[in-house]
Write a protein that binds this ligand. Sequence first.
Ligand code: XMP
Ligand code: MG
Length: 181
Amino acid sequence: MSELPGSNLEVLLDAEQIARRVRELAAQISTDYRGRPLRLVGILKGAWVFLADLARHLNLEVTVDFLSIASYGDNSYSSGAVRITKDLDQSIEGLDVLVVEDILDTGRTFHYLEGVLSAHQPNSLKLVTLLDKVSRRLIPVRADYVGFEIPDVFVVGYGLDYHQKYRQLRDVRFLPSVPSV
Ligand code: XMP
Ligand code: MG
């Protein structure tokens, strides 16, 4: 069998490191929300792998919904203009909501989502992101829970893609040829 595409790329975070950190995040979140039901809202497509692993380590009553968003323009980085291509299936009014993201970059996507979701009047709204490129922030949004702060490099794997490829990789890897915008 030929090699899995992307398995030659350099590893930034390996599968074990990620699994350990996901368990730590889940323990923290389980403590913080103890006794309260939690609605996880995963942002498609990048967050599906992280959400699946995180949810299975939460010691809480959890329900799951997804939002799918697309950004106009370049499809490696978000251009700033974001639109919803699949809305939530269920109301979040009065619920404790934790948005699950793969990566926080300029902050534009979450800034937009925060506006849209808070208009639905959840009881609380927080963000967990697996990766945070702090140095790229253009809008001062903060995640409540961060898996790893990473440098300004384009990464793929563990849900993250380049032109829809590499999402299935178990590690997070560098894609050296993609320039920052
Ligand atoms: P903003 O800038 O809105 O960006 O915070 C978040 C979105 O930008 C994409 N993005 C990446 N996708 N590898 C990816 O696969 C990366 O290194 C990367 N950096 C930003 C991603 O779609 C994310 O939701
Ligand atoms: Mg993408």
